[in-house]
Design a protein around this ligand. Structure first.
Ligand code: GAL
Length: 818
């Protein structure tokens, strides 16, 4: 009977809403995908709270949805350079749905993983909650307001109009997953299931599961809970407990389960187990809750840094933003996977969620791919940040309207929910309660830090850090405040700062929470010599001279990133570093102002194309043999002049050849942090770098002077998509000459045509000064490359993707959707 009812419910919802519904395994616990079929309009439409309001003229959208990313970029937008000059404001969403009368005895909840921001949720005209922070997940109980067997209207209003609202682009909208949950009146409350692995040996592991049982029946319920541990779908450990669950009182359960020969979770072997709780009443299955876990030992040591399963592991990390380039904040699982794949190939093993909660999907993907996460909550406590910004050529400080004004009211609740939501992820190896928090400069930070740390310690046993600024810049944070953290978080520390720390806090554990990574502030593939440089800056029209100095000082080779790694590489006590940032992101365009609309700190541009700095990290962080040389070799106007050519390699020697003639070998001391350089007289032709290890060739890299643009090359990391309307393929386009050489300055406009079982949802090229919309059917190549993002439809078939450009041979690719 129950299964029939479930099918009726799902079918009715799908029919009425034309949404794809997915349910969990158990009959009475249903998690229904609520992402499809929302109505949307800009502006706050208060009448839309009324169920009878007619929204037929509103746009139909699916979530994840971010209206800001559509643009247009404008100097008039109050989000300003901080928000990438994109529009913000208020908006309203509505969703109509039906719940079958057979669910009348059940509970109905709605869960949002994030809605940016100041969300108010109404069901059938009744307000069920308000949540100011846009990055936090929240759940509301809808049960008492549901009209069973009739239409229900969920209305969500968002207000992101106070601008600049954050120090970078946030996006605006319901930009993460929404789930409708049906539960029996006796259930495991949201986020109460908590799994740890207190004992691990080679032959056995103890998996501990704790959770609450709650009933909303008036009578006590005799419940038996069966707790299973599953590996790849098979039960490997199981236990049953029985409890009398009293009304109005949480009953807690705590069980140890023994897993024989556990498969350990580690970056190279991200083995996952599922812990499932089945609830039975009189032998009848009434509900289920589950979570994933990884069996692994985490170690933190003042002398030896961080270890996993006893193996000392340096965190080679990047700070990331939650948004995903051309898609803005409305990203999909595939966006995250691709980001992490490209970072992994750089040698990166860790991510800092700077500086706010990320999506559940992000952490799930880190669990699956073996990334280590510093899970960070706050960018502001009680004092507003006033970041430096360039406006009309002048440096100004503009306060951001982000969190400080609500910290006192919301911080404890937001932090608690953040830890409860994320604590089962094996990828999370430490928590962070802040980034460059003003109050940590003085003892004023002590009681606040202690309060926040206590909240975390009461919910989880992983250590807490806090990224403080000041070390090495002669404005040290308060020692009392710094010592509140389990692991000291050093932003932009220099060698003298680390030496000082060794003296004043010899027993403290430490990690470089953030460091100057910037490999070059010039956009990807941009090398400027002679008059070209002046022309580039003149075109930007900066009156602000500092921008030029700032960019030039960082230079091509990214001295600051090199130095930051050198400072800690051979200090085993420092657990690792997180460079600012892994990928370029929208907003925070310093040192630029308009027309820049995205940052340029990262070794990877906004579209995922590596810059030279990417290969610096690869040479230091990865064991895969590599060598990379730059610049490209199309330096018109430089004939007969000296050009410095650089190499990054993980070989111990590298030799450069110009048109076949050796320009000499250079040593690369692998115990230190080095790169190589040669002064070369430019002439069209080719350069080849050959890297050696112990006298054997391990890798080579060639740059050639390319001829005229002649054809397009397409590259995809995979050609199969799921027919779920949410899977993506990123098609990378490169412009080549007739002989197949990359044309490094090509800017041809490339038109995309997508037919069949997919649609084009975004384009981009990594140029941080470009104002064309990311939602278009064409994009010019920027320094030889551009990107198209294709999303599957909810049907199987093929996608035919064609890239054309006048005068170039077009390219096409067929993708499979199943
Ligand atoms: C850091 C800050 C980051 C980012 C960065 C830009 O000091 O912690 O959030 O703003 O500067 O350089």
């Amino acid at each position: 009977m129950i299964s029939i009812l479930k099918r009726v419910f799902v079918a009715v919802s799908c029919l009425l809403l034309s949404v794809a519904c997915s349910t969990s395994e158990t009959e009475q616990s249903q998690d229904i995908d609520f992402n499809k079929g929302w109505k949307f309009t800009k502006g706050e439409v208060t009448e839309a709270i009324n169920p009878s309001y007619n929204d037929k003229d509103w746009q139909t959208v699916n979530v994840p949805h971010d209206f800001s990313i559509k643009g247009p970029f404008s100097k008039e937008n109050p989000s300003f350079s901080r928000g990438g000059w994109l529009p913000t404001g208020k908006c309203t969403y509505r969703k109509s749905f039906t719940v079958n009368a057979s669910e009348k005895e059940n509970k109905v909840f709605v869960y949002f993983d994030g809605a940016y921001r100041n969300s108010t949720v109404y069901i059938n005209g009744n307000k069920v909650g308000y949540r100011p922070l846009g990055y936090i997940g929240f759940q509301y109980d809808l049960t008492e307001f549901i009209n069973f067997n009739k239409e229900n209207i969920l209305t969500v209003t968002l207000d992101n109009s106070a601008q600049p609202g954050h120090r970078w682009y946030s996006g605006t909208g319901i930009y993460r997953d929404v789930t409708l949950k049906i539960r029996n009146k006796t259930y495991v409350p949201n986020w109460s299931l908590y799994v740890t692995t207190p004992e691990i040996t080679k032959t056995k592991a103890v998996v501990n599961a704790t959770f609450d049982l709650k009933t909303e029946f008036n009578q006590p319920q005799d419940i038996s809970a069966k707790i299973n541990v599953l590996y790849k779908g098979d039960i490997v450990a199981s236990k049953k407990v029985t409890k009398k669950v009293q009304p109005n009182k949480n009953t807690s359960v705590n069980v140890d389960l023994l897993v024989e020969n556990p498969k350990l979770w580690a970056p190279a072997t991200p083995e996952l187990y599922t812990v499932q709780v089945e609830l039975y009443n009189n032998e009848m299955l009434i509900g289920e809750e589950s979570t994933r876990t990884g069996i692994r030992t985490l170690g933190y040591d003042k002398d030896n840094g961080f270890s996993i399963n006893g193996e000392q592991t340096k965190l080679k990390g990047v700070c990331l933003h939650h948004a995903g380039g051309p898609l803005g904040a409305a990203i999909y699982k595939r966006t995250i996977q691709r980001q992490l794949e490209i970072l992994r190939e750089m040698g990166c093993n860790a991510v800092r969620t700077s500086h706010n909660p990320f999506s559940t999907e992000f952490l799930e993907t880190c669990d699956e791919m073996g990334f280590l996460v510093m899970n960070e909550m706050f960018d502001e406590w009680e004092v507003v940040k006033e970041p430096a910004t360039i406006q009309d050529g002048k440096k100004v400080r503009i306060p951001v309207k982000y969190y400080a004004d609500i910290f006192k009211e919301w911080a404890d609740k937001d932090l608690t929910d953040f830890v409860l939501r994320d604590r089962n992820h094996p990828s999370v190896v430490m928590w962070s309660i802040g980034n460059e928090i003003d109050q940590m400069k003085t003892d004023e930070g002590v009681p606040i830090a202690n309060r926040l740390i206590d909240i975390i310690h009461n919910l989880d046993d992983r250590p807490v850090t806090n990224g403080l600024i000041g070390y090495g810049w002669d404005a040290w944070p308060s020692e009392a405040a710094a010592s509140t953290s389990d692991i000291r978080g050093y932003n932009y520390i220099k060698e003298n700062g680390l030496d000082r720390e060794d003296k004043i806090a010899p027993n403290a554990m430490g990690i470089v929470t953030e460091c100057a990574s910037a490999q070059s502030y010039y956009p990807r593939g941009t090398y400027l010599y002679g008059d070209e440089k002046k022309a580039w800056w003149d075109k930007l029209g900066y009156k602000y001279d500092d921008a030029y100095n700032w960019v030039e000082q960082r230079g091509l080779i990214g001295y600051r990133g090199v130095q930051a790694w050198k400072d800690i590489k051979n200090r085993p006590d420092i657990m690792g570093q997180f460079i600012w940032t892994g990928w370029d992101y929208l907003g925070e365009v310093i040192p630029f102002g308009w027309p820049a609309r995205s940052s340029s700190f990262a070794p990877i541009d906004l579209c995922g194309f590596p810059k030279d700095g990417y290969y610096f990290y690869q040479s230091q962080w990865s064991d895969k043999p590599m060598v990379h040389i730059f610049p490209h070799w199309n330096l018109d106007g430089m004939e007969g002049k000296k050009v410095t050519v650089y190499a990054y390699t993980n070989g111990d020697e590298v030799e450069l050849f110009q048109d076949g003639k050796s320009l000499g070998k250079q040593k690369n001391n692998l115990d230190d942090v080095e790169y190589q350089q040669w002064d070369v007289i430019y002439q069209p032709g080719n350069l080849k770098a050959v890297s050696y290890k112990n006298g054997k060739v391990i890798a080579q890299d060639v740059v050639k002077t390319a001829g005229k643009a002649a054809k397009i090359k397409l590259f995809v990391r995979r050609a199969n998509l799921k027919a779920d309307g949410e899977d993506l393929v990123y098609v990378e386009c490169t412009v080549l000459d007739k002989d197949g050489n990359v044309v490094p300055k090509a800017d041809n406009i490339i038109q995309f045509d997508v037919q069949g079982a997919g649609e084009l949802i975004g384009v981009g090229n990594g140029d941080n000064m470009n104002h064309d919309s990311f939602q278009a059917s064409e994009r010019n190549a920027f320094n030889g490359k551009c990107l198209a993002i294709v999303k599957s439809l909810e049907k199987s078939g093929e996608i035919y993707f064609v890239a054309k450009s006048p005068g170039l041979k077009s390219a096409s690719i067929t993708l499979e959707v199943n």
